[in-house]
Design a protein around this ligand. Structure first.
Ligand code: SAM
Length: 295
């Protein structure tokens, strides 16, 4: 299929957009990639096999979809903007193993689609150049649904990638880092300048790879409560964990009770949330959970 001209060149993209009179919608995060090398590097980061299945979010005019189609057995792409559907029908016509679904990924039943479109136990990766305005919502949906997938490789705003992959005691570390790292091993693979998009966004981007874990690195009785404790601990980053938690739980626990709980979890009450590892948050959440449920 190498004789087919790549979609992701400035000339071909311009031609396609002009032919259909397409105008970008900023509200849908439409920044299309026009650099085939970057696309190839994204696809390489996903470590696809000939038998792999791929889910893409937001194919745009098909620039990334095409490169994925060259490597994978099947690609299913969700695109919210119905104006792009006839364009994709044309640009992706050489690739019969690509299916485009005109749906908002946030409202779609991905699990059911996986059952219907892919083989049981097939190697599945999610690969996307995500729209900036809903990056975290999309990533958290895909992680929280605990889909039977191997990895998620996404182009996102550089700052968000740094927050997701951050370690304790860094300024980027917060509840988003813990939420993502609970489900996956997170790494920033490479950064991308804004010049490889049309139109150019006003932020730089990075490729984030999330390798899904078989099971979470910590065991907690109630996952929602664990994440609640994590979020509460970061309510005001400059405050101590004691102050943040006693404010959050003030209807059920006094400040000295929270202090007592922190001490039995072996966490110095004067520490800040950003200094706690995921393991420490898990111990803290378990101690709090037991105390709350035996009152
Ligand atoms: N993949 C293309 C590329 O790399 O050139 C386009 C990427 S562009 C950053 C994001 C795409 O996601 C747009 O095509 C946009 O219409 C689509 N999109 C935005 N919100 C979406 C949603 N909630 N569900 C599915 N697609 C969405």
């Amino acid at each position: 299929m190498n004789e087919i001209k790549d979609i992701a060149t400035p000339q071909r993209t311009k031609k396609i957009l002009e032919k259909y009179g397409f105008t970008f919608k900023k509200s849908l995060g439409q920044n299309f990639l026009i650099d085939t090398n970057i696309l190839r590097r994204i696809v390489e980061s996903a470590k696809l096999m000939e038998t792999s299945g791929v889910i893409e979010v937001g194919p745009g005019i098909g620039a990334l979809t095409e490169q994925l189609a060259k490597k994978a057995e099947k690609v299913v792409a969700y695109e919210i903007d119905k104006r792009l559907i006839p364009i994709l029908q044309e640009t992706l016509s050489p690739y019969e193993h690509v299916k485009v679904i005109n749906q908002d990924i946030l409202k779609s039943n991905v699990k059911q689609m996986l059952d219907e479109e892919f083989k049981q136990d097939q190697d599945i990766a999610i690969v996307a150049n995500l729209p900036y305005y809903v990056t975290t919502a999309i990533l958290m949906k895909l992680l929280e649904e605990e889909l039977p997938i191997r990895s998620i490789v996404v182009m996102i705003q550089k700052e968000v990638a740094e927050r997701i992959a951050a370690s304790p005691n860094s300024k980027d570390y917060g509840s988003l880092s813990i939420a993502a790292q609970f489900y996956a091993i997170s790494e920033t693979v490479f950064t991308v300048p804004r010049t490889v998009f049309v139109p150019q966004p006003n932020v730089d981007s990075a490729i984030l790879r999330l390798t899904i874990r078989d099971k979470p690195p910590v065991s907690v009785t109630d996952k929602d409560f664990f994440f609640e404790v994590v979020r509460a601990s970061f309510t005001q980053r400059r405050k101590t964990i004691l102050n943040n938690l006693s404010q959050y739980f003030n209807s059920t626990l006094s400040k000295s009770e929270v202090e007592d709980i922190l001490q039995s979890a072996k966490i110095e009450p004067k520490r800040r949330g950003e200094s706690l590892s995921m393991e420490e948050f898990a111990i803290l959440a378990e101690t709090l959970y037991k105390r709350q449920n035996t009152l």
